[in-house]
Design a protein around this ligand. Sequence first.
Ligand code: BTN
Length: 241
Amino acid sequence: MTINHIALDEVDSTNNYLKQHRAELPDGTLVTAALQTAGKGRRGHDWLADRGMLPFSLLLKNPPHPDTVTLCAAVAVCGALEELLPKESFGIKWPNDIILRGHKLCGILCESVCFGSSMDVICGIGINISQTEEFFQTAGIPHGGSLKMLTGFVPDRETLAREISRRLYEYSREGFPAVSEQYIKHCLTVGKTVRIIENGREREAFAEGIEPNGFLVCRDETGRFEVNSGEVSVRGLLGYI
Ligand code: BTN
C-alpha cells in the first residue's frame, strides 16, 4: 500500500483537514503538520500542543472493521516506536493511550463520517516528540511526557508518521483479531483492578481481557460485564494509569 502523504506546516486539526477534503482524497491519505492550532482530544477535550508534538491523521475509506481501527492504531504506534527504541517498553492504557515510563506519550482520536450506507474513518494520532517537562507542567498535564524528555531520542517525524500509517492501514484491513495478541501483550489495563467512570459515577472492577470487538471485559462482586470505550473512562486505582 502506498501512503499518499500531505505535509502541512500549520493546520487547525489534521482530523478536520481530512474531514473537509476526504471526498477528493484517496484512501490511505496521511496528513501531517508541524503545528496544530486547535487539536481535538477524546470526549470533546482540547489537545494542546506546541511544535514539539507530531500530529497526523490517516484517511481510511470505508474500512472493513471501523469499530476497532482505534485499537489497531495503538498496536501500530507501539510497533513502530519499538523498532526505533527496542529497549523501551511501550504500554497501552485501554483503549488507546500509549504510555512510556508512566507518562502519556501519545493519544488517538478516531472520527467517522457517514454518507449513504458507507463510512470513512479518520484516525488522528498525536505523539509527544520533543516537548519539555515544563511544557506539560504549564499545560496542566502532569502525566504527559515526550520521547525526548523520557529517552533523549528524537525520531524523524515524517518517517515515523509514514511507518505508523503503513502498519495501521494493513491492520485496519485485517481487523483487530489479527493483532489482538500484540494488543494484549502491551495492554497495561488488563490484569489490574481499575476504576470505571461512567456518567460521573465510579465503580471498581478487575479488568480480565479484551473482546474481539474491543470491549474491556471486567468483573466485580456482581459478576462479569463488558465496557465500551465510547461510554466509560478507565483509570488506575492510584492515578491515571
Ligand atoms: C486523546 O484525547 O488522547 C486523543 C488525542 C488525539 C490528538 C490527535 S493530534 C492529530 C489528530 N488531530 C486532532 O485534532 N486530534 C488528533
